[in-house]
Design a protein around this ligand. Sequence first.
Ligand SMILES: Nc1ncnc2c1ncn2[C@@H]1O[C@H](COP(=O)(O)OP(=O)(O)O)[C@@H](O)[C@H]1O
Ligand SMILES: [Mg+2]
Length: 298
Amino acid sequence: MHDQAEKLRLAVRSMKDQIEQDVFAGMKHTRVIAVTSGKGGVGKTNIALNLSLALAANGVRVILMDADMGLANIDIIIGVVPKYNLYHVIRGEKTVKEIMLIGPHNLSIIPGGSGIRELANLPQETLKRVINDLGRFDGEYDLMIIDTGAGISQSVLSFLTAADDVIVITTPEPTSLTDAYGIIKAMSAQRARGTIYIVINRVEMEAEGVLVAHKLTRVAENFLGVEVEPMGYLVEDEVVEKAVKEQQPFIINYPNSAVSKNIRTIAEQIHTGVLANQTVTKPSGLKTFFRNLTNFFR
Ligand SMILES: Nc1ncnc2c1ncn2[C@@H]1O[C@H](COP(=O)(O)OP(=O)(O)O)[C@@H](O)[C@H]1O
Ligand SMILES: [Mg+2]
């Protein structure tokens, strides 16, 4: 008797799952792009934030997640100290909606804080609640941009493997390039889909950006058999440091600077290229992303 009731319940549930899947299949998923680097201090956080803002200014619905567990610093650049972060969601004290910050152009920001590290060791029930809460926003946004930590650790690789696409930031410096190559190599062993893009930061002029991107692309192809796609470059510009000191994104305080123009060019590529071309690699959605992420963590 008990057995039959259980069977029935399972059948109903799988039917419900099927219906939900069919309904959601017609819905647009949020695309997840992880911004990473081999070496720290190459401009990852500044680029993730300003790129998100440039996209948001163009009407793209963007959610930016600060997932650098070492130095959660998006909040520092926008000059707000978030009272709560993902840790409080995990603790059950806040919902994701309640910890979200709203920046300029309606940009939503999720402060990860110490919560990112916690994700690795949660009991099943807690994990399910947190993933459900994060997954709730699927389709409400066109794009989630994630500022990950630097370097090759399993936790960073988990973000890179679970994301739809990855942007690797490097400067023309040999150490930065070597570390960028290292992270591309580590990814190539684990990633099966999506595109790896590269952005060269702090170049003297456009020609340097093109040359360095070309070299890195060639090396990745020849030695790893991995296709990486140059996405653009950003010039060395004093307004970056100025804006950091002013605790304002440079694209807001210095919209006419050279580096802001570079950001808008990259944003345009994402808007009209990556996002418009959802059919090439279909985004798998936030729930799947966070489920994969936490699976890879384990
Ligand atoms: N295009 C640039 N021009 C000048 N300085 C830059 C540029 N990009 C980054 N920087 C400098 O590098 C510092 C570190 O940038 P940040 O975005 O915090 O790097 P990461 O997140 O990779 O550690 C910035 O505070 C700024 O001083
Ligand atoms: Mg950073």
